[in-house]
Design a protein around this ligand. Structure first.
Ligand code: PAF
Length: 282
């Protein structure tokens, strides 16, 4: 496994691999790996000749007052894990290498980025799409892998790829969960044991909503109210949003007449957690 920190070196290396006819699978990450990341790498390993993983805590996708400084980082452990999965190239640049002095170009997907997490994190998706566009240009992957936990991010990246004609497939893989259903996230390590227990309310409330739909409930209002009531009964949890929307447009739904996304963001203590389920009618 080769570790590269220089953008021009990873670009040359990937260009040469493409010229040799190799397919490249790319997993962009911010490090602090958990099983969710590993599942993306394993799938990339199975689908492609070469696997490239980037590890970069992207400063421009964090707003003022957000957790950029305290975001979990553990490069030595991450490298040990990528090695075990059989990753070929790790790209771990510095912020200065990605955003050198004079950098002033951003990529902005509008519309899709305005609701859900976009409300409380203005500028977040602009930071994501800017770095993802740069990484795609450096690695020029055939396939790029993202997790369903960051559902809005995956829809925004698909839009970016379509709108700017990036020649690659976006592959979105299911959320990997702890045994009590909590979606794996690098931020989970920050939860105290009490908060960690409380955090299981997110997935429990999503499952309850699915049960209601399976039992025939079609009103978005009724489902959202039930999810909110369950979470509000947990003293350590504070809801940021609970939303039922169309899975492609992310527009709010009044009724569930077809596929729907139930998504939520909740603070447990200081830690912001997100989760979602895709609802299909029985
Ligand atoms: O999902 C993430 O870890 C980040 O948003 C990404 C896609 C690596 C961009 O920094």
């Amino acid at each position: 496994m080769q570790i590269i920190d220089d953008p021009s070196v990873i670009q040359r290396r990937c260009k040469s691999l493409r010229r040799q006819g190799k397919t490249i699978g790319f997993v962009p990450t911010m490090g602090a790996f958990h099983e969710g990341h590993i599942s993306l790498m394993r799938r990339a390993r199975a689908d492609n000749d070469v696997v490239v993983v980037s590890i970069f805590v992207n400063p421009i996708q964090f707003g003022r007052g957000e957790d950029f400084d305290s975001y979990p980082r553990d490069l030595p452990d991450d490298l040990a894990q990528t090695e075990r999965v059989g990753v070929d190239l790790v790209f771990a640049p510095s912020a200065e290498a990605i955003y050198p002095k004079g950098f002033q170009t951003h990529v902005d997907v509008t519309g899709l980025t305005e609701g859900l997490c976009g409300v409380s994190r203005p500028g977040h998706f602009r930071g994501v799409t800017t770095v993802v566009a740069k990484l795609f240009n450096l690695v020029r992957p055939h396939r790029a892998y993202f997790g369903q936990k960051d559902y809005q991010q995956s829809v925004v990246v698909r839009r970016l790829v379509a709108d700017l004609n990036f020649d690659l497939d976006v592959v979105v893989l299911p959320t990997v969960r702890e045994t009590d259903g909590l979606a794996m996230s690098s931020r989970n390590v920050r939860l105290t044991s009490q908060q960690r227990q409380a955090a299981s309310i997110l997935y429990r409330s999503l499952c309850r909503a699915e049960e209601r739909v399976n039992a025939g409930e079609r009103s978005a209002k009724a489902i959202i109210e039930e999810v909110r009531a369950m979470i509000e009964a947990e003293p350590l949890a504070r809801i940021e949003y609970v939303a039922l929307c169309h899975p492609d447009t992310l527009q709010p739904l009044d009724r569930i007449d077809g596929p729907a996304l139930l998504a939520l963001a909740v603070r447990v203590g200081e830690t912001r957690l997100i989760d979602n389920v895709l609802i299909t009618l029985p």
